[in-house]
Design a protein around this ligand. Structure first.
Ligand SMILES: CCCCC/C=C/C(=O)SCCNC(=O)CCNC(=O)[C@H](O)C(C)(C)COP(=O)(O)OP(=O)(O)OC[C@H]1O[C@@H](n2cnc3c(N)ncnc32)[C@H](O)[C@@H]1OP(=O)(O)O
Length: 414
């Protein structure tokens, strides 16, 4: 016993378990420090660019575009666009002008240029974990890692953080931001899926979902239903059901402690997925409601299974059938929320607690989660598939279409 404990202690204190050169099977990085630093700096620069307050002008934007392409894809390798395709031809010329510049040199030039431009970048809020890494994503979703926590922040406060299935550039977005989106995924749902997949493999022991502004999230963006694809409503319903299933699957399968920091009211899918989180902290300002019947829709996020299990079938029915809105205290009493904090100290208390938890041994936390959750996974996947299929039909119903039309014409607030 003493020999084993001694070996364990030697391993631990010599830094073996924390060495940067670890096995890929554990999801940890390999490669020399110089290589890591350079790629990390580049990723940081890509994120930092989005925080610029000043538009750097077209010339600089083109240069950044060309360096980005060279750094990620190497020398220009696509056919020259036609003379009339003005914008794409200008971009192509800028990329092509970099000739055979190596990917490493392009990355370095990109980082240097961004660091010159970023004098006015935003500073993070004092309570939130220090962001030592920020991953590329659209500006509707901000992903940062630091203090052992990866934070996925819904960032559409003017729309109460409603979740889009479309690219919806806001008026303040510069061409630069639109360009940067070309390199990343299309919608908030896709961005969250990508962020969860990345977080499941990163070094942070804990992952958090939270929102910017006064809302946690107002659920699905109801304007998602307004731009029909070529296949009409049927195709819209089919692709939305696939997206919904993929989105919820990521929460079911997420392997590390997943914590919701509910900073304000939550509606629809942002409430139902809470049953798949390990811990839910809420401000006392938060409310929780799922107005599915009002919308002619039906439950998702596995709530038809998790809610009755968490709160009993009759309380679940009141929420899922009648759209009863719960206060944070009620949601806590019914087991959907772990703990409620006064709004004035919410951020400070919650982040301090999470920073402390993030120092616990990560493998122990993962394994404990596995034991708690794994036997339910098959059931949850089946429930998710069924809920998504039922919703596919619901989205084509008159009840649903009328409810959405009513919201969009501002006749009713839900
Ligand atoms: C593909 C996967 C599908 C998954 C299925 C998911 C289903 C669900 O999530 S169902 C739930 C859908 N959500 C709702 O029904 C909420 C609708 N919104 C509201 O009822 C209200 O906006 C509110 C209660 C959330 C907030 O009310 P209020 O404080 O009065 O603020 P405003 O209504 O003025 O909102 C400001 C701004 O934001 C827009 N907005 C808010 N939520 C949504 C939303 N879910 N979809 C689209 N737009 C939303 C709102 O329209 C306002 O916009 P502007 O008028 O342009 O300022």
């Amino acid at each position: 016993m003493a020999g084993f404990a001694g070996r364990l202690a030697r391993c631990w204190y010599s830094g073996f378990l924390r060495s940067p050169l670890q096995v890929p099977a554990l999801g940890l990085h390999v490669g020399g420090p110089a290589m890591q630093t350079s790629q990390k700096d580049f990723n940081n620069a890509v994120s930092q660019l989005k925080l610029l307050k000043e538009d750097p002008g077209n010339e600089v934007k083109l240069k950044l575009y060309a360096l980005y392409k060279q750094a990620t894809e190497g020398p220009c390798n696509v056919p020259k666009p036609g003379m009339l395709d003005f914008i794409n031809k200008t971009k192509w010329d800028a990329w092509n002008a970099l000739g055979s510049l190596s990917k490493e040199a392009a990355r370095q030039n990109y980082v240097d240029l961004v660091s010159k431009l970023s004098a006015s970048s935003e500073s993070p809020s004092p309570e939130a974990p220090a962001a030592d890494r920020k991953q590329p994503e659209s500006d509707s979703l901000v992903v940062t890692s630091g203090d052992g926590i990866t934070t996925i922040r819904l960032n559409r406060p003017t729309k109460k953080n409603a979740l889009t299935t479309q690219v919806t550039p806001s008026a303040r977005e510069s061409i630069l931001l639109v360009l940067s989106r070309l390199f990343h995924s299309k919608t908030m749902y896709h961005d969250i899926i990508a962020a969860l997949q990345a977080a499941s493999k990163d070094e942070s022991p804990i992952t958090v979902l939270t929102g910017s502004g006064d809302y946690f999230c107002s659920g699905n963006d109801l304007t998602n239903f307004t731009s029909l694809p070529a296949g009409g409503p049927e195709e819209m319903a089919r692709s939305s059901a696939v997206l919904l299933r993929d989105f919820v699957n990521c929460f079911i399968d997420f392997p590390k402690p997943l914590v919701a920091v509910v900073n304000g009211p939550a509606v629809g899918i942002s409430v139902t997925i809470l049953g798949l989180f390990d811990v839910v902290y809420a401000t006392d300002r938060a409310t929780f409601h799922t107005p599915f019947s009002h919308l002619g829709q039906s439950p998702e996020g596995c709530s038809s299974y998790t809610f009755p299990k968490i709160m009993g079938s009759s309380k679940a029915a009141e929420m899922l059938l009648f759209g009863k809105k719960l206060t944070a205290q009620e949601a806590c009493a019914q087991g959907l929320v772990t703990e409620v904090f006064p709004d004035s100290t919410f951020q400070k208390e919650v982040w301090a607690r999470l920073k402390a938890y993030s120092k616990l041994p990560p493998n122990a936390m993962r394994i404990s989660k596995q034991i708690i959750r794994d036997r339910e996974k098959e059931k949850l996947h089946a429930v998710n598939a069924e809920e998504s299929n039922v919703l596919r039909e619901r989205w084509l119903s008159d009840e649903c279409m009328n409810a959405i039309a009513s919201f969009l014409s501002r006749k009713s607030k839900l």
